[in-house]
Design a protein around this ligand. Structure first.
Ligand SMILES: C[S@@+](CC[C@H](N)C(=O)[O-])C[C@H]1O[C@@H](n2cnc3c(N)ncnc32)[C@H](O)[C@@H]1O
Length: 335
């Protein structure tokens, strides 16, 4: 990827989005979706009730021609959309539970899936239970395809705007992702997958009646949404398939931690916890880990040693390589 090309494309996209935003009087995110849908629709600006006006249409379509002349590849488009969405999320003060998962973390998921996949030639089904704007799922799909895997993606989210971003970005990158707009804690119309993933929202789930269907529900207060989502996600994994989740690092130490432990002993195997570098998070409280779960059945067995690592940095390549080596060693003697 050529950084100068991405920089030029970033300025062009910013200009197109802000021109549409001003002309249509919408939020950044609505203008972002409009812009992406226009690009997908042969780089033609959609006009409804004479909006936007002719001058805006001409200006934005000229920008699109410049953009297309850059001949961006799939991963270039993904990087570009990530940068635009990160900037937009900051400007719009998007709440942390809605923010996209940066590819520094997404690439770790790619590595883990590659390591855990035994038969490369079989198509992999990957479900993101809280797909949001789709950056995590698209990072995984595009980079696994680049490594010659055949992958199909499915995503679920209950936020219409975020899901519309995921839908339009998938089309822009030529990815056929099946997306469902619903509460992931209701029944899903999804066949069991090889991998389920999620950068889970942290907080309470308000629907106590529905929460009662899960082992991890609390009788005393609203249940933790991320606990229920873990449990629900693992319901849609094939026997011996894996779940990879971004969760708060203190997930076992909270007052509802014992409820989660009760479930962990029942239907799934806790195979590993990878604590992400502190440098990625603003405070101790917001630190996250990748939780590696495996569904019971078939060849799945509890690892003799649960993988417990703290990755010191993602900026220092030697430390990342050391982690890769540690994971490979752990995998060959434990899975
Ligand atoms: C941290 S974001 C996920 C970011 C995503 N990985 C990405 O790269 O854009 C968490 C997502 O969980 C979604 N969410 C929260 N509660 C949900 C629920 N009950 N069902 C479905 N999605 C939910 C939010 O709408 C949000 O998009």
């Amino acid at each position: 990827m050529n950084p100068e090309k991405i920089e030029t494309a970033f300025s062009l996209m910013r200009e197109a989005i802000s021109t549409l935003q001003q002309s249509l009087g919408t939020s950044f995110f609505d203008a972002y979706i409009e812009n992406t849908e226009n690009l997908v629709d042969n780089a033609k600006v959609r006009v409804l009730d004479q909006q936007p006006d002719e001058a805006t249409v001409a200006k934005v379509e000229a920008i699109y021609q410049e953009l297309l002349s850059l001949e961006l590849g799939k991963e270039d488009w993904r990087k570009l959309t990530q940068l635009l969405l990160l900037k937009g999320s900051k400007d719009e003060n998007l709440q942390p539970n809605h923010q996209l998962t940066p590819d520094s973390i997404g690439f770790l998921f790619v590595f883990l899936i590659e390591q855990l996949t035994l038969k490369k030639e079989q198509p992999l089904e990957i479900l993101d239970i809280t797909v949001g704007m789709g950056n995590l799922l698209l990072t995984i799909l595009i980079n696994l395809q680049a490594a010659n895997y055949s992958v199909n993606g499915v995503g679920v989210d209950n936020d219409e705007t975020l899901l519309a971003i995921a839908a339009s970005d998938s089309l822009l990158m030529g990815e056929m992702v099946k997306l469902f707009h619903q509460d992931s804690l209701q029944d899903l119309l999804v066949d069991p997958v090889d991998y389920v993933i999620g950068d889970l929202p942290v907080g309470y789930y308000p629907n106590d009646q529905q929460a009662k269907k899960f082992t991890t529900h609390s009788e005393k207060e609203h249940s933790f949404a991320h606990h229920l989502l873990l449990e629900q996600a693992m319901n849609y994994v094939k026997p011996a398939g894996f779940g990879l989740f971004l969760v708060p690092s203190n997930f076992l130490e909270t007052e509802q931690g014992p409820l989660l432990q009760k479930w962990l002993k029942k239907d799934v195997l806790l195979q590993g916890i990878i604590q992400l570098p502190d440098e990625l998070f603003k405070s101790e409280h917001s630190r996250k880990s990748i939780l590696l779960l495996q569904k019971t059945g078939e060849t799945a067995e509890q690892a003799e040693k649960v993988l417990l690592v703290h990755l010191p940095s993602l900026k220092d390549p030697s430390q990342v390589t050391e982690f890769f080596k540690k994971f490979e060693d752990w995998k060959s003697s434990n899975l």
